[in-house]
Design a protein around this ligand. Sequence first.
Ligand SMILES: NC(=O)c1ccc[n+]([C@@H]2O[C@H](COP(=O)([O-])OP(=O)(O)OC[C@H]3O[C@@H](n4cnc5c(N)ncnc54)[C@H](OP(=O)(O)O)[C@@H]3O)[C@@H](O)[C@H]2O)c1
Length: 276
Amino acid sequence: MAASPRLEALVSQVPQRQFGQLDLHGSVIGLGTVKWGRNQKVKYAPFELPSDETLVQLLDTAESLGINVIDTAPAYGIAEERVGKLLQGRRDRYLLMSKVGEEFANGESTYEFSAESVERSIARSLQRLHTDRLDLVMLHCQPDDLSAITGSPALETLAKLKAKGMLRYYGVSSMTLEGGLKALELSDAVMVAWNFEYRAQEEVIRQAGKLGKAALLKRALLSGNLHPAGTGKNLVETCVHAALDLPEVSSLIAGTINVAHLRENAEAAMNWSGKA
Ligand SMILES: NC(=O)c1ccc[n+]([C@@H]2O[C@H](COP(=O)([O-])OP(=O)(O)OC[C@H]3O[C@@H](n4cnc5c(N)ncnc54)[C@H](OP(=O)(O)O)[C@@H]3O)[C@@H](O)[C@H]2O)c1
C-alpha cells in the first residue's frame, strides 16, 4: 500500500540546494508545467491536457516529497492560469518561476522583448498566478538568444521590475553557449539544456557556479525518451544522478503530468548518494 502523504513527508524528502549565492533554496527536482497547459507544437508524444484533479494530485505529491520549485511561462498555453488557480492557499510554499518574451497563440510562437511587452507580461503573470511577486523570471529565448540578451531592453526592464519588488531574481532560458555565458554576466540565473548525453553547454553551468548564479536544467530527462526502443531500460535514475553530480546545478526542472513519474523522479533524487 502507498504511504500517506503525511507519512511520506516524515520518511524522505527531495534534497534542497541554495540556488548559487542567491537567497533562494529549492528542491533539486522542480515541476515543469508545459504539459499543464499546452499540447500543440510540443516535442512530446501526443497527450490530453490533464484534469484539475490530476494537477491537484501532482501538487499534493510534490509537496509531500519536498518539491517546492514550479516553472511556468506565458507560452505554455493555459499553464499559468492553472498554476495560479491551483496554488491558491499554498503559493508561499513554492519558488514560483515564470518567463517573458515568448507568446503562443493559434498554434504559433511569437517573440517580443520590448520594455513595454516585458512590463505587460509580468503584470499579466502576477495576475494569472495570484501573487504580488515572482521568485525568478527568465527571458524565454528563441534560437538566436543573443538578440534578446544583448539586443533588447528586456534584461534592464526586468532589473527595474526587480527594484520595484515585482520579482526577486531574473535570468535567461538560453539556447546557445555564447548566450548562456553572456546571460550570466548580465543576470542572476540561467536555464540550460543539459543531460548526460548532451553536454555541449556544460560550461555555462560551471560558470554559473563560479559566479554564484543559479543554474536550472531543462531537457534533463531526455525530453521523455527514457525507455529507448528495444533497450527495456529505464534511464530516470541515470539522468537525475548525472545532473545532481554537478554541484553547480540548482534544480532539474522535470516536466511531468504523471504522478507515478513524479514519484520516480523524486525517488531518484532521494537515492542519489552525493551531498546536496
Ligand atoms: N525554453 C525554455 O525555457 C524551456 C524549454 C523546454 C522546457 N522548459 C521547462 O522544462 C520543463 C521540462 O521539459 P523538457 O522539455 O525539458 O523535458 P524533460 O523534463 O526532459 O522531459 C519531459 C518528458 O518526460 C516525461 N517524463 C518525466 N518523468 C518521467 C519518468 N519518470 N518516466 C517516464 N517519462 C517521464 C514526461 O512525460 P509524462 O508527463 O508522461 O511524465 C514528459 O513528456 C518544462 O515543463 C518547462 O517547465 C523550458
